[in-house]
Design a protein around this ligand. Structure first.
Ligand code: NAD
Length: 286
């Protein structure tokens, strides 16, 4: 039987989530995605109208099939957590069952089990503010959307994951080195995500034989990255300074994710794997 993957954080064809979906599909996996509720309508419409068809092409010439798109807002664990103004917001009111717990229940009802869980989402409302100017609410919102969202996804999907399965998240080197401009507590959120990768690898490994890894990816001009505002500078910096002087393509991260999710990586867990043209290894630019 082929593997089944749930990829949270796909809302267009520019980000890492889409590229990971493609690499997994090319390796034979069935693809389910979780799409942020406010972005759901436009994503499904674009998909249906063929707007993504060019980027759906797999190496063998066939088109990636997304078996089902689930609405998801990973900052809410269950319906009791959703505030009234969000419930009644017109961008949310048209969808149902989009808290993490309900999404996992829907997937269970539709398909029974999954093998691969991918977390490719982040949000920091104050990302453009330096940490010193970040509010408590902004900081906690970054942690909630970018770090706890992974804990919650794993907690709710673990019971429907087949033993031997794997989970992957996406992190950024700002967790461990100073990257001015990556503010709002997003650097803190990535540090939490990396630390949680180790602790959750232990807990999910012992309990369910599930592996937990995170990919520290280099800069990509995704929708989320463009919102931060410094992405072109980071891409140029990497081109100048990394051991491999080429632009990083999302597919390279997708392929690394497919490797980490596969039996080829059966002894790799709790790891931060750099897919960044080697930039992390430089001490000083030359
Ligand atoms: P992206 O815009 O393609 O992906 C981010 C996704 O998160 C979007 O689809 C957005 O709708 C979704 N999202 C935001 N809040 C959500 C919520 N509450 N519930 C559900 N979904 C939500 O951008 P990307 O850059 O590909 O980001 C994917 C991951 O890669 C993120 O974790 C990001 O931090 C990480 N990353 C990106 C870069 C980069 O340069 N782009 C570098 C390193 C790591």
């Amino acid at each position: 039987r082929g593997k089944r993957a749930f990829i949270a954080g796909v809302a267009d064809d520019n980000g890492y989530g889409w590229a990971i979906a493609k690499s997994l599909a090319a390796a034979g996996a069935e693809i389910l995605v979780g799409t942020w509720v406010p972005a759901l309508n436009i994503f499904e419409t674009s998909l249906r109208r063929g707007k993504f068809d060019e980027s759906r092409v797999l190496p063998d010439g066939s088109l990636m099939e997304i078996t089902k798109v689930y609405p998801l807002d990973a900052v809410y664990d269950s319906p009791e957590d959703v505030p009234e103004d969000v419930k009644t917001n017109k961008r949310y009111a048209g969808s149902t069952n989009w808290t993490v717990k309900e999404a996992a229940e829907s997937v269970k009802q539709d398909f029974g089990t999954i093998d691969i869980l991918v977390h490719s989402l982040a949000n920091g409302p104050e990302v453009s503010k330096p940490l010193l100017e970040t509010s408590r609410n902004g900081y906690l919102a970054a942690i909630s959307a970018s770090s706890y969202s992974f804990v919650s996804l794993l907690k709710h999907f673990l019971p429907i994951m087949n033993p031997g399965g794997a989970t992957i998240s996406l992190t950024y080197i700002a967790s461990e080195s100073i990257i001015p401009g990556y503010g709002g507590g997003m650097s803190s959120a990535k540090a939490a995500l990396e630390s949680d990768t180790r602790v959750l690898a232990f807990e999910a490994g012992r309990k369910h034989k599930i592996r937990v890894n995170t990919i520290s990816a280099g800069p990509l001009r995704s929708r989320a990255a463009k919102a931060i505002g410094f992405i072109d500078m980071m891409i140029d910096y990497s081109l100048e300074n990394a051991p491999l002087q080429k632009e990083l393509s999302a597919d390279e991260v997708g392929n690394a994710a497919a490797f980490l999710a596969s039996p080829l990586a059966s002894a790799i867990t709790g790891a931060v794997v750099y897919v960044d043209n080697g930039l992390n290894a430089m001490g000083v630019g030359v």
